[in-house]
Design a protein around this ligand. Sequence first.
Ligand code: ADP
Length: 499
Amino acid sequence: MSRSKSSARTKAPLKILFVASEMTPLIKTGGLGDVAGGLPMALAALGAEVRVLLPAYQDLLAQTPDWAPEPRFSPPPGFADCRLLTLPAENLGVPVWALESPGFSDRSGNPYLDAAGRDWPDNAQRFNRLCRVAAHLAGGRAGLPWTPDVVHANDWQTGLVPVWMLLERIDRPTLFTVHNLHYRGDFAPEVLADLGLPGWLNHPDALEFYGRIAFMKGGLVFADALSTVSPTYAREIQTPVLGEGLDGLLRHRQQVLHGVLNGIDTALWNPATDPHLPAHYDAHDLSGKAQIKRALQAEMGLAVRDDIPLLGCIARLVPQKGIDLILDILSELIHLPVQLVFLGSGIPELEDRLRHACASAPGSVAGRIGFDEGLAHRIEAGSDLFLMPSRFEPCGLNQLYSLRYGTPPLVHHSGGLADSIVDTHEASLADGTATGFVFSPPTPWALLDAVRRALHCYRQPEQWTKVVRTAMAQDFSWNHSARSYLRIYQGLQRPIAAA
Ligand code: ADP
C-alpha cells in the first residue's frame, strides 16, 4: 500500500496552543500556574509542538529580559494597542507568547485582584482581550507562520476563546479545562455590548448564569471537549453539591467531559536536589529530612524539638481549603502534642484567625501570611505530616508534593485528594499501598480523629517509615497525564479533507 498523504500528515507533530492566565515560574497564584508550567513541556517531550499564550503582566515581564516583540504580529481589528512578545523555547522548554495590552502590562501585583483583594474592575475587558487574541492566533490570522491543530483553554479567564472562535468562524477543535468550577468569572449583562459580543449570548444555553454573564460558560458550552483535573472531581461537578449551579450543563456534556489527574514537576520538586532546602534526602536516606525539620522550626520561631510531630499546611486562605477546620480544633491539636506551621494568604477573616492562632500559642503554632515559594518547599520537606482538609479539591498539588517529600498527607476524601492518597489502615499497611490519611466528612472532629490515627502510626517508626517510603515511591510525574491529554487532542482531530 502506498503511503497516503493523510497518513503522512497524521505523523506530523500535533500543534497545540495552550492558553492560560498564569504559568510557573513566570507568574503563579495557585495550581493552574503549576499545570501551565508543567503540562506543555511534558507534551513537547512526547513530540507535540506546543506554544503557550499568557497575559504579559508587568511582574511576568520582569522575570526575564529575554522577551522580544513579535514584529510580524497583526492584532485583531480594534486591538491596535496590543503587542505580542515571545520567549524562546530555550527559556522554559516551549515557546511562550505574552500579550502586552492595557490592563496587563501597566499593572503589577496579583493577576486577578487588587491590593485590597477585590477583583480588578476591568477583569472582563482584560481577559476578553486574551481570548480574542487567542482566537485570532488559532485562526492563523495574526500574520504568524504557525497555526495550531488544537486550542487548549483553561479556566474562566480563557472561557471566551471558544466563543470568539465560533463568532470568527475559526474551525479548530478546542479543549476547555476546568481547574476550579467555583470561579466562574461572572459579570453584569452589559458586559456583552462593551466587549463587542452579540446579545444572543445572554441566554441560558450560552453565557447567561442567573442574570449574569459567566465567562466559564463560554468554555463549558462551546468547547468541543471538556476536562477537569481529576476523575473524582469530574464526577462531583455533575452533582448539585459541587456543581456550582452548572451540574445540569455538565451532565448534558458528560460524553465529552474527561477527568485527568494533574502531574507534578519532579525536577522542581525533588528533595534530593531542591535548592530551597538547607539539606537533602531521598527514600533511602531520610536523615536530611530531620535536619530540615529543625531548620524550619528555627526559621518559624517554633521550639526546636525532634520529638514533637510537625504538621504543615500551605493553602490559599479561602473557605474551600478547610483551614477553619484546623483552627477550630487548635487547642486539642497542640495538646496531643503537635506543632503547626502554616503558609498562605487569602480572605481577611481567615488571615486574622490565623494571626490570632499563632499569637495564642507561640512556639507551637507559627504562620506566614503571604506567598513564599521557598518556604512552601521547606514546609513540604520539613513537616512530618501535611494537612489538606479541603472541603472540595479539584486536584490539589500540595498533597502530591508531600508524597514526593515523604510527608504523608492527611486529606479530606474529595476530588483529586481521593484519587491520589491511599488511607493508612491495617490492610493498606499490609499490602504496602498506604500513603497518607483520609477522612470524611469535612468536620473538625473527623479531622481530629484522623490526626490521632496518623500520630498513632507516627509513634511506630517501622510502620511510619513504610508509609513515608511508599509515598515517596509514587509516580505523579506529568508523563502519564500528558499522554491522556494527547489522546483527548487526537480524538478531537477533524478528519483530513481529501486533497
Ligand atoms: P489551588 O490551585 O486551589 O490554590 P493547589 O494545591 O492545586 O491549590 O495548588 C496550589 C499551589 O500553589 C501549590 O504549588 C502550592 O504550593 C502553591 N501555594 C499556595 N499558596 C502558597 C503560598 N502562600 N506560598 C507559596 N506557594 C503557595
